[in-house]
Design a protein around this ligand. Structure first.
Ligand code: DQA
Length: 149
């Protein structure tokens, strides 16, 4: 059964609820984690929720995901705009990948308009706040269900 997913969060997302609430809302990282776990359970998905401030650790997580997980939801945060290493690791993952951003990166500074991963992922969600995580989980469940058929 294809039901194992990982949600990977990049740098500073551990500070959700404290940092730039006008961009990222008031939901804390722990609340977000709990919301993601309960939605995943409801939809029959087995979820791992992770966060790292370190680029190489995220690359390692993606590499390990090739054997362990059926889908990746990733908010690479600032690394979205800079990391060829994360892009290259994601390129090796041949199963569904959803790119996620809490804020609308296209409404913000120009340096955030470029994502180095958008053209290699299955699809993306941005600008819908932390609800985007719940929407991504719903979409991932559908993608995996179709792969099971
Ligand atoms: C972000 C957008 C990025 O530009 C930023 O560096 C983040 C969070 C988002 O979720 O809106 O840290 O990925």
């Amino acid at each position: 059964m294809n039901n194992k997913i990982i949600i990977i969060n990049g740098p500073n997302l551990n500070l959700l609820g404290e940092r730039e609430q006008s961009q990222y809302g008031s939901t804390t990282f722990d609340e977000l984690k709990q919301n993601c776990i309960s939605k995943s359970k409801e939809l029959g998905l087995d979820v791992e929720f992770s966060q790292s401030n370190i680029e190489g650790e995220i690359v390692n997580l993606i590499q390990e995901s090739i054997k362990k997980f059926d889908g990746i939801i990733i908010n690479a945060a600032a690394f979205t705009h800079t990391s060829i290493a994360i892009r290259d690791a994601l390129s090796v993952f041949k199963k569904p990948i959803i790119e996620l951003h809490i804020s609308n990166i296209y409404k913000r500074e120009e340096f955030r308009h470029k994502s180095l991963i958008s053209d290699i992922v299955t699809g993306g969600i941005f600008g819908l706040g932390s609800d985007g995580y719940i929407l991504a989980i719903i979409s991932m469940q559908k993608l995996l269900k179709n792969e099971n058929q």
